[in-house]
Design a protein around this ligand. Structure first.
Ligand SMILES: [Zn+2]
Length: 69
């Protein structure tokens, strides 16, 4: 069984946009789990880095708050 994908953060070099991805599977959905360009300024060069623990915590909190219960 392959190891699960590691969480990572995509950040725009042009504006302040950034998003931490918490992949649950190998299948990443474009514009949900993966971005080819910045959704704010359309700048195509996104910086990908390993998510810090703080980034992961924040992303998990965001996911939790988005759940419709
Ligand atoms: Zn941007």
């Amino acid at each position: 069984m392959p190891p699960p994908p590691r969480p990572f953060t995509l950040a725009c070099r042009n504006c302040a946009w950034q998003q931490t991805m918490l992949p649950c599977s190998d299948l990443l959905k474009l514009n949900q789990d993966w971005f080819l360009e910045c959704p704010q300024c359309r700048q195509p060069q996104l910086e990908r880095r390993a998510a810090s623990r703080r980034d992961i915590l924040r992303a998990r909190l965001d996911q939790f708050l988005k759940l419709d219960h």
